[in-house]
Write a protein that binds this ligand. Sequence first.
Ligand code: GLN
Length: 232
Amino acid sequence: MNIYADRGNLLLLERRCHWRGIEFTLRSSGLGEQLDPGAADLLYVGGGQDRDQKLCALDLASVKREAIHEAARRGVTILAVCGGYQLLGHSYQLGEETLPGVGLVDLHTVRADGPRLIGNVAIEVELEPGQRRVLAGFENHGGRTQLGPGAQPLGRVLRGHGNNSHDGFEGVRAGNVIGTYLHGPLLPKNAWFADWLIATALGRQEPLAALDDELEAAAHRDARRAAGVLRG
Ligand code: GLN
C-alpha cells in the first residue's frame, strides 16, 4: 500500500542517503511476491484504505508472513504506517469481517462505528534512552488499535488521537520494528526520525554526517505548530 505520501517518505530516505554518499536501492514487493528476509536493511509498509487492506492483509499474512518475522528476528528495521501498522498486529476487524495480520507485534485493531480519528498529531517518543523527541504528523483512521500486554507504544500522545483516542498511546515499538498512525509526509516533517531509521537500518553507532537542514527544521516546526505543540 502506498498512499498518503508514502512515496515522499521513501524519497526522503533516498535523498538523505544519497547526500551522504550512502547507497540506496528501492525495491517494491507486490501482491503474491515472495520477500527475501535478508535482502533489505529497511522494510516499509505503507497505508491504505480498508479496500486495499483486504487485498494486502491476506498476502502479508500468508505469502510474506514468515519472511517478515525472519527479517525482524535478524534486526531489519521495519516501519509500518497507518493501514500497514494495523496489519503488523494480530487482526483488523471490520464489522463482521476480520482481516488477519502478520502477528509481528501484540496488538489488534477494530473499525469502530464512531467518527474517523482525523487531524494533526504530535507524540513524544524516546527512541534512545534519555532522548525525548517530538514526532509531528497527521492521522486519519477509522480503526482503533489496542496494544496487548506484550507491546510497547511508540510514543505518548501530546496532541491528537493516537491509537484509539483513549489510552494516550500512539503506535508500537518492538526493537527496530515501528508502527505508527502518523502518515502524510511523516519523514519530511521529521527528518531527525528519518536519520534515526537510516542509522538503525545500517547499524551505525556514530552519528550520520550532518546536512543543511534549514528547510527540514522549518517543516518540523510547522508540523509541531499545526499540532499545537512547539517544543523538543
Ligand atoms: N483503513 C484504515 C483505517 O481507516 C487505515 C487508514 C489509513 O491507512 N490511513 O483505519
